[in-house]
Design a binder for this molecule. Structure first.
Ligand code: CP3
Length: 343
């Protein structure tokens, strides 16, 4: 592997000393950047953007040209995996993601098979190779996938949920063997997908478990963490981050799962996160994305609080507690990144 010019993110993830406090931002390439909106318009749609490696590479690099960030993240989506499994993803205007074919019955689930990432998801691998060519070892590149639980939430709902993904939560009680079958297939698909990303050149991988927090603690272990653990184990020596939104006290189990780092959302106090995870993992988080709408003085205070709590912690990565919002002023992001590096 080529030596990176700025490997602070990877060092923090391995809980090694850093030259400066690393920071990156979930959804750092996104609609809050006018240049992103322009490239998306050129592509025609969000999905066309994901599926055109040259343009996906271009938007991956856009936030790095503006801000002094410490990592890049591949521009893609967690729902490309069910798309590759034949569900056909599309994005309806102001409606979020939808599938042409959602999973309606047992037969739909039983006929699913594991896609070949070098075939059905080749565009992601081509994007990774292009990004690495352009980065020239400047920064580490993060690959990612959704957790099997979170991806299954969308597959059984047909898209985003107006409620709390009741279809899958009901199946967890009514037909746990069928749900387990679906989660096993998604686990295999994700293992192949992430290993292909690693082969193509990503330096670390992150699992997005946005909806794991909907589960009871027992169900969280059985239907989400168990599969994420299998996936992180299958990633070998590549560092891994598990981010369950609203993980709460489940952070203890995540810290014991063998991952390198845990993502923490803004509802969890960081000193409590430290206590719960007992120094076993790196910690990534957790500024409220809405804090970027506050006046600079408030934002400064919130950033300082986080840095103060995590001072001298071996393995802290600054991030937001969830993805950056579309109307966020880019100047505030510049202020955030510079403040984190300057403090
Ligand atoms: O962080 C990055 O910059 C990498 C890119 C990335 C995207 N989606 C691009 C995207 C990543 C890591 C994701 C993950 C993702 N996708 C998650 C997990 C993280 C989270 O936010 O909870 C989920 C649940 C999805 C599914 C998804 N994709 C939804 C629900 C939506 C619509 C909601 C929204 O924000 O509009 C998307 C669309 C999406 N994925 C956009 C981007 C930049 C916006 C699409 C657009 O340009 O119109």
């Amino acid at each position: 592997m080529t030596r990176l010019k700025n490997d602070n993110f990877l060092r923090a993830l391995k809980r090694q000393p850093v030259d400066r406090q690393p920071i990156w931002i979930m959804r750092q390439a996104g609609r809050y950047l006018p240049e992103y909106r322009e490239t998306r318009a050129k592509a025609g749609s969000f999905l066309a953007l994901c599926k055109t490696p040259e343009l996906a590479c271009e938007v991956t690099l856009q936030p790095l040209a503006r801000f002094d960030l410490d990592a890049a993240i591949v521009f893609s989506d967690i729902l490309t995996v069910p798309d590759a499994m034949g569900l056909e993803l599309y994005f309806a205007e102001n409606e979020g993601p939808r599938f042409m074919r959602s999973l309606k019955n047992e037969a739909d689930i039983r006929q699913l098979s594991v896609p070949d990432p070098e075939v059905e998801l080749r565009y992601v691998m081509d994007t990774i190779r292009l990004i690495q060519h352009e980065l020239k070892g400047r920064l580490p590149l993060i690959g990612f996938a959704g957790s099997p639980w979170t991806v299954a939430c969308y597959m059984l709902e047909g898209g985003s949920s107006k409620k709390q993904f009741d279809n899958i939560r009901r199946m967890a009680y009514e037909n746990p063997p069928l749900l387990t079958h679906l989660l096993e297939i998604l686990t295999q698909a994700t293992i192949h997908y992430l290993n292909a990303q690693i082969q193509s050149g990503v330096d670390a991988v992150m699992l997005f478990d946005t909806w794991g927090g909907l589960l009871s603690p027992t169900q969280y272990e059985a239907f989400s963490l168990r599969y994420m653990q299998k996936i992180t184990e299958a990633c070998g020596t590549t560092p891994t981050i598990i981010f369950t939104k609203n993980a709460g006290l489940n952070l203890a189990g995540i810290a014991e799962s063998g991952c390198s780092g845990v993502g923490v959302d803004w509802t969890m106090p960081l000193d409590l996160a430290k206590t719960i995870t007992q120094g076993k993992v790196a910690i990534q988080g957790n500024l409220d994305p809405l804090a970027l709408f506050a006046p600079e003085i408030t934002l400064h205070h919130d950033i300082e609080q986080i840095l103060k709590t995590m001072k001298n912690y071996p393995g802290f990565i600054f991030n937001l507690g969830h993805g950056i919002l579309p109307n966020t002023p880019p100047e505030k992001v510049a202020y955030l990144v510079d403040t984190v590096h300057g403090c």
